[in-house]
Design a protein around this ligand. Structure first.
Ligand code: SF4
Ligand code: MG
Length: 327
């Protein structure tokens, strides 16, 4: 398993503005010392409730927003240190697909303009060659060339996401962050777009970071899955291990909330108490302790490190896999 990308103690902190009455503005630790490894050709799923920092992590890895500190090692090089020009070159290899294709596509641009724009920006090909490339990738994503001169509003949500995918892939990237890429689509269309993404991955040996709040979708597409809570990765494992034998109480609670299609199977649903705490003032020790049914005094004081329990199954809990109420 060749490593494509690695984050080392990656941080993205947002701080409020300092003012006359606000000398110590609160800090949001949206991405809080994250260490992740992504292998070539795999899909790493990233799940967690909204506001946990998933999207911020994706954007920080791509340097679409500046990191606070840490490293992003891509193919052995720390791109955190890259300047604008180096990053501009790098951008060809790292792309992003957004949730809402409509808002990410300029409504006044035709399909041709939208999909060929990256080629123009990078000065790739003659006008005729660019047209060939656009027609070829539209064909790959299942759109006929008769659509070249149409505008985004003339398309369905699924077709718009196909345009978004074509645009993200036209420069032949290696790594693609998919941020809730199918979350806005109807269930029937969603499966088609997911299949397309899978097909493109195989054909082009793409590596995906697949961000979603939907655990069923992530299960469907991922090889490995990481679970985030308040800016931290609390568990990461092969899909089978994560879904079959989760070791972190938060993962277990998330999974217990998925409806089971088979009515003969039973599952004890774990109800999490309270809302996600404010990221402005995260709980001490284990950030999950305010909602964890198994929390002890130690959990309230000591931050659990992400430890490898074997086979690449990492978990950040003082009592991994021990789902008994203590004390
Ligand atoms: Fe729960 Fe403690 Fe584990 Fe945190 S460290 S998940 S509070 S048992
Ligand atoms: Mg998000």
């Amino acid at each position: 398993n060749q490593v494509l990308l690695e984050t080392k103690d990656l941080r993205k902190y947002f701080s409020g503005k300092k003012g006359l009455f606000n000398l110590n503005p609160p800090v949001v630790k949206a991405v809080d010392d994250i260490n992740l490894t992504i292998h070539k050709g795999e899909t790493l799923g990233l799940v967690g409730e909204s506001g946990c920092g998933k999207s911020t992590l994706g954007r920080t890895i791509l340097k679409l927003i500046p990191m606070t500190s840490g490293q992003v090692i891509y193919n052995g090089e720390d791109i955190a240190a890259y300047d604008k020009k180096q990053m501009w070159e790098m951008r060809k290899r790292m792309q992003i697909i957004f949730q809402d294709p409509y808002s990410s596509l300029n409504p006044r641009m035709t399909v041709y303009d939208l999909v060929s724009a990256p080629l123009e920006v990078y000065g790739i090909g003659s006008a005729a060659e660019r047209k060939e490339m656009v027609i070829s990738i539209l064909n790959d994503v299942g759109l006929d060339k008769q659509y070249l001169n149409r505008f985004p509003h003339e398309f369905s949500g699924g077709q718009r996401q196909r345009i978004g995918i074509a645009r993200a892939l036209i420069l032949n990237p290696e790594f693609v962050v998919c941020d809730e890429a199918v979350s806005a689509l109807d269930v029937s269309v969603r499966a088609q777009v997911l299949n397309l993404m899978k097909k493109m991955q195989q054909k082009r040996n793409l590596t995906y970071l697949f961000i979603s709040h939907d655990l069923s979708v992530v299960r469907h597409v991922s090889d490995r899955v990481a679970v985030m809570y308040l800016g931290s990765v609390v568990e990461i494992a092969d899909k089978q291990d994560l879904y079959g034998a989760p070791l972190h109480p938060y993962t277990r609670a998330l999974l217990s909330a998925i409806p089971i299609p088979d009515a003969n199977r039973k599952r004890n649903r774990i109800i999490l108490e309270g809302d996600v705490p404010s990221a402005y003032n995260p709980p001490s020790g284990c950030k999950f302790h305010t909602r964890c049914p198994y929390a002890t005094d130690r959990c309230r004081e000591e931050v659990p490190a992400l430890r490898d329990m074997g086979g690449g199954h990492g978990v950040a809990c003082h009592f991994p896999g021990d789902f008994s109420v203590k004390g």
